[in-house]
Design a protein around this ligand. Structure first.
Ligand SMILES: *Cc1c(COP(=O)(O)O)cnc(C)c1O
Length: 412
């Protein structure tokens, strides 16, 4: 497409944009259980209005926009207040989980250079179930990635002993997830902490998908094991606001146990032609809208609002588990938040996935072991029964050998 020579009428373009969305995943009906966190129309309105209010402002300039600097500070304080941040803990907002993780790796690597005499590229040790963002960050910094199989006892948890054995002098970081994405399982962060302390290694908790969920689930009475700064070995945490924080996309947090660790993150550039520029994270320009929308949603919901939303998600997951078990499915491990993976002893998971896709469901899958996957939102309370009845039909279709073509499940 060439750029139009003459500008086009916005109202016409707007209609065209709306009609282009018609072929997208049907997330507004609740039939999407990946990519989207649907907390309902009220929260969507807050996101929209708060984002628009600060859409043009730039988080790169705290002196020009003290409003944004204050909102970011308060977002970080609120985050630390629910994640057992000790006195002096610090953090920044980033554009997303990958950004938060990359910055935590950078800080840990630079810490190791200064305090542990690291000269080579270093390595880090993480469970097989940890997110690909770690590979991306490692590749950027030439760090070696050591993925260690999860436990084979059916828990799908990280294996602290095996991970400890994989550490050496060059290890800059150990990682546990709370929870991991493929199985929705919270790794044994306390046990990983013991190993990390014995080996004198920085422990990072990847709470990208659980950081704004697990604390509220615990307040609701769910048995959530310690995973945040409550565990003394945890030096940094990544927690995404644009997931179960229900903020507009482009908002995450990266948090450090103290200011000394945090100080390994920012870039301070003095030797160029322009004015001195110190940026806390990877980004230069930072969207004011994403900061503002996160601040607004956190304040609109408050602790009680989050407890209510996450309570609804947990209840929906329990309903899903009960229905799935009735259909003969096995739930992988013991998920306690909003993500589950499950498989049927008789039916090929990916054949089932394909039938569900044809019925309009857009979800994720887990490869190891081959399973179906759901990441639930408050909206799913309304459609989980439909999901289960569609799945029952899909099982019958697959059992009869009448399934259609396999749909390939991937992220790209
Ligand atoms: C989503 C996710 C990430 C990456 O976050 P993005 O915002 O997609 O970059 C990292 N870790 C876990 C466990 C996640 O669920």
């Amino acid at each position: 497409m060439d750029m139009p020579k003459t500008g086009q009428d916005w109202q016409t373009l707007r209609k065209e944009m709306e009609s282009r969305g018609a072929g997208d995943a049907k997330w507004r009906d609740g039939k999407t259980a990946v990519y989207i966190f649907n907390a309902g129309p009220e929260i969507a309105r807050v996101q929209h209005e708060a984002y628009t209010l600060y859409m043009s402002e730039n988080g790169l300039g705290p002196l020009a926009f003290p409003s944004l600097a204050q909102m970011e500070r308060e977002v970080i304080e609120m985050a630390l207040s629910i994640l057992h941040g000790p006195e002096g803990a610090a953090g920044s907002m980033t554009s997303g989980g990958t950004d938060s993780i990359t910055m935590a790796i950078k800080a840990a690597r630079d810490f190791a250079r200064v305090h542990k005499g690291l000269e080579g590229p270093g390595n880090f040790v993480l469970p097989q179930s940890a997110h690909p963002a770690f590979d991306k960050g490692a590749h950027l910094m030439d760090i070696e990635v050591r993925r260690i199989p999860v436990k084979t006892d059916g828990s799908y948890e990280a294996d602290p002993e095996a991970m400890g054995k994989a550490c050496d002098e060059e290890t800059v970081m150990m990682i546990g997830s709370a929870p991991n994405f493929p199985h929705g399982i919270i790794d044994p962060i306390e046990a990983l902490g013991k190993v990390a302390e014995a080996k004198d290694v920085w422990l990072h908790t990847d709470a990208c998908v659980g950081g704004y969920f697990a604390p509220f689930a615990r307040m609701n009475g769910v048995a959530v094991p310690p995973f945040d700064f409550e565990v003394s070995a945890v030096k940094s945490i990544s927690a995404d606001l644009h997931k179960y924080g229900y903020a507009a996309k482009g908002a995450s947090t990266v948090l450090f146990r103290n200011a000394e660790l945090y100080d390994f993150m920012p870039f301070d550039t003095q030797n160029w032609s322009g004015a001195p520029m110190k940026t806390p994270t990877l980004a230069g320009t930072r969207p004011g809208g994403a900061i503002a929308a996160a601040w607004a949603v956190m304040n609109v919901l408050g602790v009680e609002g989050y407890c209510e939303k996450q309570g609804l998600v947990c209840k929906t997951r329990e309903r899903a588990e009960a229905g799935l078990k009735k259909l003969g499915f096995e739930i992988l491990g013991n998920p306690v938040l909003g993500l589950i993976a499950f498989r049927h002893p008789m039916h090929d998971s990916f054949k089932l996935y394909s039938e569900m896709y044809r019925k309009g469901w857009f979800t994720s899958i887990t490869i190891d072991p081959p399973s179906l996957h759901l990441m639930l939102s408050p909206k799913h309370a309304e459609v989980i029964d439909l999901y289960l009845s569609d799945l029952k039909e899909s099982c019958a279709i697959v059992a009869a050998g009448e399934e259609g073509e396999k749909v390939e499940a991937r992220y790209n």
